[in-house]
Ligand binder design. Structure first.
Ligand SMILES: [Zn+2]
Length: 104
């Protein structure tokens, strides 16, 4: 199951790369038999230049996970999403952003 925390979560202008990250995260959470809850997207109070305001970042809930599950989910997210995404383990959520890297 994939859901939004509540109606304050705004998906306006989400990039297709971010939608892909949601699909991947939903599949990984499902494999742990846990719901994926998106707690923030293009909303909230993020830092001034946050990718949240460009539709390139989401935050997902972790409080219903054990620390072992959370660690394994972060590992799988990084593996599945690859180098163009940053998966950041915050104290009370996982932040995922699309951040394409230069290729020279
Ligand atoms: Zn975030």
């Amino acid at each position: 199951m994939i859901s939004l925390k509540d109606s304050t979560v705004k998906l306006t202008g989400m990039s297709c790369q971010t939608v892909f990250a949601i699909v991947v995260a939903g599949s990984i959470y499902q494999s742990f038999d846990k719901p994926l809850v998106i707690t923030s997207a293009n909303d909230g109070h993020h830092s001034k230049n946050s990718k949240h305001y460009r539709g390139d970042a989401i935050d997902i809930r972790t409080r219903h996970l054990t620390s072992e599950e959370e660690q394994e989910i972060v590992t799988q997210l990084r593996h599945c999403l690859g180098r163009d995404y940053d998966v950041v383990q915050e104290s009370n959520h996982i932040h995922i952003e699309y951040d394409p890297k230069r290729r020279d």
